[in-house]
Design a protein. Structure first.
Length: 190
């Protein structure tokens, strides 16, 4: 099994990256190959709904002038996908949603390549917006026919400055349990 964990934060060493890396480390301890992919420094444009990916049926997007395909190739190779985003103005970062919109559009136009992969969202914010952001990303997983294990609570955490999330014990425990459930489920499906 291979896991790809995406940090949708534009910040290096931020709270989202901390949570996604924590999840990856725990998956590795469970014997799962895990790769963290950061959207930091990458340019991913939004989907234009041109429909080319549905016409060509070649699992590529017609937009070739950004970093989408690099990340999408990693997503295609994964059995497990985790997507984390900080909350910016009440929702996931624009980079995160541009990636998910295009990846979903290409996937669904080409036989639902994410169908029955395991995964789920992680959201982190200073004060509020985690539930909406969590749901926003969760909808992407469910519309792509993916299997999303639960946890002891929603996979959300609190933190403003880099490292603040380390002080959110409940958030860390929730993400840890989510990770344990991913590993457990992956073991059952092997």
């Amino acid at each position: 099994m291979k896991a790809v964990l995406i940090s949708g934060s534009p910040r290096a060493g931020g709270n989202t990256e901390t949570l996604v890396t924590r999840c990856a480390d725990r998956l590795r301890k469970a014997g799962i190959d895990a790769e963290v992919v950061s959207l930091r420094g990458k340019t991913i444009r939004g989907c234009t709904a041109c429909g080319t990916c549905r016409k060509t049926r070649d699992l590529t997007c017609s937009i070739k002038t950004d970093d989408f395909h690099e990340v999408f190739d990693a997503m295609k190779s994964a059995d497990i996908l985790v997507v984390g985003s900080p909350v910016y103005f009440g929702s996931a970062t624009p980079e995160t949603m541009a990636l998910l919109d295009r990846a979903g559009y290409v996937s669904r136009g080409n036989g639902n390549i994410f169908s029955r992969k395991i995964g789920g969202p992680i959201a982190v914010a200073r004060r509020a917006g985690q539930n909406f952001t969590y749901a926003q990303i969760l909808y992407w997983f469910t519309i792509n026919d993916m299997i999303v294990p639960g946890s002891s609570y929603w996979n959300i955490a609190f933190g403003k400055g880099p490292g603040d999330v380390a002080g959110d014990d409940e958030g860390l425990q929730t993400v840890d349990r989510f990770t344990e459930n991913i590993a457990w489920l992956a073991g059952k499906l092997q």
